[in-house]
Design a protein around this ligand. Structure first.
Ligand SMILES: NC(=O)c1ccc[n+]([C@@H]2O[C@H](COP(=O)([O-])OP(=O)(O)OC[C@H]3O[C@@H](n4cnc5c(N)ncnc54)[C@H](OP(=O)(O)O)[C@@H]3O)[C@@H](O)[C@H]2O)c1
Length: 326
């Protein structure tokens, strides 16, 4: 696709037909202070600047509990050797995240050693109490699920998690009753399930309608906005909180934009990077509770948190982005 087509102006764009819900529906938005009373003092020296303003929060429909709209994922970015230079660097990334007001961390036993790395980093930094920790069940039979959950508890260094998700709907007929049992035992505060590609959206939508989970996690990005027609409205109807994965299309969107300039209106909204714009797009849908981008780098982490501040995108701006990346 040529650059001329991709970077059209708002005025020249027609509606896409995507059901982007009106921003007036974002009545659950509130703002929370960056950091908490338990947060250590900001470090001296050239550490990345945390989000300048307060992070927006959205509430979990099941309970009304508020969560900051910018979370973090561990796939790839947290799959490093314990004690390695990369592991040491992640300590700073995590510090930027929590000191900037972040809370939600998403991981999975499927992400190499990420559970173990995340558990070690949360313990090392003393962040566990501040963290809304989500992990997953990703196995095919009950015995394997039980063994996997026990391993997750050990690796994450926690007895309970805030959220337990069935990974990609895997063996949902077995995994869902098991997740319900763990919730009833108080070991998972919320339960739900995930998917990550469009071919899984129909099944995810059906499961949302049928099982009415506390949470659903799905992919949604400027170049893959299909969930706005399927999973996101179903979640709103079912009263499910929504986590967004792959908001950068696993990093591919950065290669696509290269050094191109942001749309002219981005500066008016205080948006200074493509990462902020991609995340703003995700959280501008009113069904979305939080987006969980992955990064290993402290500077990128600070930049991502910035997306959780300031105004959201208008319907026209969201539509323009979808057209730019179609
Ligand atoms: N089925 C599922 O349940 C499922 C599927 C997919 C994802 N997820 C969850 O969602 C999270 C996010 O999805 P994802 O990790 O697949 O993809 P993503 O968040 O779309 O992209 C992450 C990638 O983008 C790179 N990146 C971040 N900021 C950047 C920047 N400013 N410039 C260039 N590159 C940048 C990161 O590399 P660096 O580390 O080098 O910054 C990382 O490789 C996952 O970590 C996981 O927790 C769940």
């Amino acid at each position: 696709m040529n650059s001329r087509r991709r970077f059209l102006t708002t005025a020249s764009l027609a509606a896409t037909g995507l059901a982007l819900a009106p921003l007036a529906a974002c009545s659950r938005d509130t703002v929370a202070s960056a950091g908490t009373a338990a947060t250590p003092a900001a470090p001296a020296g050239p550490a990345p600047t945390p989000a300048a303003g307060a992070l927006l929060t959205r509430t979990i429909p099941a309970t009304g509990e508020a969560l900051p709209v910018i979370g973090a994922g561990t796939s790839g970015s947290y799959e490093v050797a314990l004690g390695s230079p990369e592991f040491e660097a992640l300590k700073e990334t995590m510090k930027v995240f929590f000191e900037g007001g972040g809370r939600v961390f998403d991981t999975s036993p499927n992400y190499g050693n990420a559970d173990e790395v995340l558990g070690a980093l949360l313990a090392d930094g003393g962040w566990r109490d501040q963290c809304f920790l989500a992990t997953k069940i990703a196995a095919d039979d009950r015995a394997s699920m039980e063994a996997q959950w026990a391993e997750s508890q050990r690796k994450l260094q926690t007895e309970k998690v805030e959220l337990l998700l069935v990974h990609n709907l895997r063996a949902l007929d077995i995994a869902w009753p098991y997740a319900q049992e763990l919730k009833a035992q108080g070991l998972a505060k919320y339960i739900g399930f995930t998917h990550y590609i469009e071919s899984g959206h129909d099944a995810t939508t059906r499961a949302v309608r049928e099982l009415k989970p506390d949470f659903v996690q799905i992919n949604y990005s400027v170049n893959a906005p299909q969930a706005a027609r399927t999973v996101l409205p179903a979640a709103q109807d079912a009263g499910a909180a929504v986590l967004i994965n792959r908001a950068f299309d696993d990093g591919r969107l950065f290669a696509e934009v290269g050094n191109r300039e942001l749309p002219g209106w981005a500066a008016e909204l205080g948006i200074t990077s493509w990462a902020q714009l991609f995340l703003k797009f995700a959280i501008s849908h009113p069904a979305v509770t939080a987006v969980i981008p992955a990064t290993s780098r402290p500077d990128r982490q600070a930049d991502q948190l910035q997306a959780g501040t300031g105004p959201l995108l208008s319907d026209a701006q969201q539509t323009e982005l979808v057209r730019l990346f179609a």
